[in-house]
Ligand binder design. Structure first.
Ligand code: HEM
Length: 449
């Protein structure tokens, strides 16, 4: 079965049409030639944007000189009401200090500590899974939110506060359904982009709820009774350079991004992975067989080789964060073109993942490609779902463990089948989602494996 791809727009359209397409979805607002181009320049009356697919350019921006390409302020504006000064939006010294405090909590050894909570969330997801024709994105969202709450604050999603945050995020997304990639919009910087009605209120409600949970944790830490989870690890961590810790307000900013970046993205990847497996039942049976003997221990993850390759392939075809935006701060030369300071640099994990000059069979689902030698170079140049360089996703290792584990646990308990006439259409909202959800028939497995 063919892997869905958004219908690209014709090569030349008016700004007005582009704006309308963009409002619907940034993926179908782009022309097909971007799957072959190394670079594309978008000229607007107020600024220029450069989409860079050339691996050497991507490396320059993300890995070689990241300080010269800070996160674009245009993106920050869109997320500010919710994320405040979170590590996702800050730049320079402030960002470096935040990463020094956060990164140790997500390092390999510490990741192992989160495994029991992830396993418990997996068991809960299996227990909650309805049978019959089911919209699985919603189920995945619930499961991923559960993982975040259990690993961060040692509370399951059924907890009253956790449920309230989960619902408040839903409301937020409804008011702000399009990822604010203002870098593409031909509007001057001074023109207010206008938050949709309710966005600020929804963001304020989320922050109020998270503040209460975080303040309670600060008291538990002070009293010496806090559980040793991710929140405690981050809150007690002193910056090795300055010795400073996060105050409650700054921790709230980080919790907001852990929740947003950590649950929306994982849910999107899981939903697509399940669809891909439903569309390729032979691979699904191999995944179920691989998962059959899995034990509740961290080392079990390393034996789930095919499941990991399926998840990697899902992230290549449907990267949850489809594009990242940076800004030039000094004159640059991109592929022989002079680029002025203040230009927007767009790195598209979506286009890189399906780039026709990087991958063989770019639009095909082939998890076995990950066992082939040639994929190493292709992945180095074209697999960017977690970004790269010092600003790489903090939760990349966490997300790979979570995604592979949940996929394995779900496939060993259920068989997923496509529903006729319900091929999901990818659209980029806050993350890459299916336009009308991912609908699958869910059948509980008997004792066949
Ligand atoms: C499949 C799941 C995930 C995907 C695809 C993903 C992807 C990404 C990407 C592409 C970025 C870079 C964005 C940019 O530079 O503009 C990022 C940043 C980030 N992610 Fe993830 N993420 C995932 C899961 C998680 C999880 C589980 C957490 C935390 C629990 C997390 C926390 C963060 C944070 C804090 C940042 C900001 C890092 C910085 O700017 O220094 N992510 N993520």
């Amino acid at each position: 079965m063919k892997v869905p791809k958004p219908e690209p727009r014709p090569d030349r359209v008016s700004w007005w049409r582009y704006l309308r397409l963009f409002r619907q979805d940034i993926l179908s607002a782009q022309p097909a030639r971007l799957y072959r181009a190394w670079m594309a320049e978008f000229r607007t009356p107020f600024f220029r944007s450069y989409m860079c697919n050339d691996p050497a350019l991507v490396r320059r921006v993300l890995q070689e000189r990241p300080d010269d390409f800070p996160k674009s302020g245009r993106v920050r504006e869109g997320l500010e009401p919710l994320l405040g000064q979170s590590v996702f939006v800050t730049n320079g010294e402030q960002w470096k200090r935040q990463r020094r405090i956060i990164d140790p909590a997500f390092e390999g050894g510490r990741l192992r500590d989160t495994f029991p909570a992830m396993w418990a969330a997996g068991e809960a997801a299996v227990a909650r899974m309805p049978e019959g024709v089911v919209e699985v994105e919603e189920v995945c969202s619930h499961a991923a939110a559960d993982v975040i709450f259990r690993t961060l604050f040692s509370i399951p999603i059924e907890d009253r506060d956790a449920t309230a945050v989960f619902h408040a995020f839903r409301a937020y997304q409804r008011t702000q359904p399009i990822l604010n990639l203002a870098a593409f919009l031909p509007l001057p910087r001074w023109m207010p982009r206008g938050f949709r009605r309710g966005t600020r209120a929804a963001a304020a409600e989320i922050r109020r709820l998270i503040t209460a949970i975080t303040a309670r944790r600060a008291e538990e830490i002070a009293a010496g009774i806090a559980p040793d989870d991710l929140a405690t690890k981050i809150m007690v961590m002193a910056d090795p350079v300055t010795g400073a810790r996060f105050g409650t307000e700054e921790m709230v900013d980080q919790v907001a991004i852990f929740f947003l970046a950590g649950h929306e993205t994982s849910a999107s990847a899981l939903g697509w992975a399940l669809w891909l497996l439903a569309a390729h039942p032979d691979v699904q049976e191999r995944v179920a067989a691989e998962a059959a003997g899995m034990m509740a221990e961290f080392s079990a993850l390393s034996r789930l080789r095919l499941t990991r390759d399926v998840f990697r392939e899902a992230l290549r075809l449907f990267p949850p964060v489809p594009m990242m935006v940076r800004e030039t701060t000094c004159p640059e030369e991109f592929r022989g073109r002079q680029v002025a300071p203040g230009a927007q640099v767009v790195l598209s994990s979506w286009h890189l993942g399906r780039h026709e000059r990087i991958w063989s069979d770019p639009d095909g689902f082939d998890p076995d490609r990950w066992a082939r030698e040639e994929t190493k170079v292709q992945a180095r140049d074209g697999w960017l779902p977690f970004s790269a360089g010092p600003r790489v996703c903090t939760g990349a290792g966490f997300a790979m463990a979570e995604g592979v584990l949940l996929l394995a646990m779900l496939c060993r308990a259920f068989r997923f089948e496509v529903v006729e006439g319900r091929v999901p259409v990818p659209v980029a909202h806050l993350t890459v989602r299916a336009k009308d959800g991912v609908w699958l028939r869910v059948v509980r497995r008997g004792g066949e494996i």
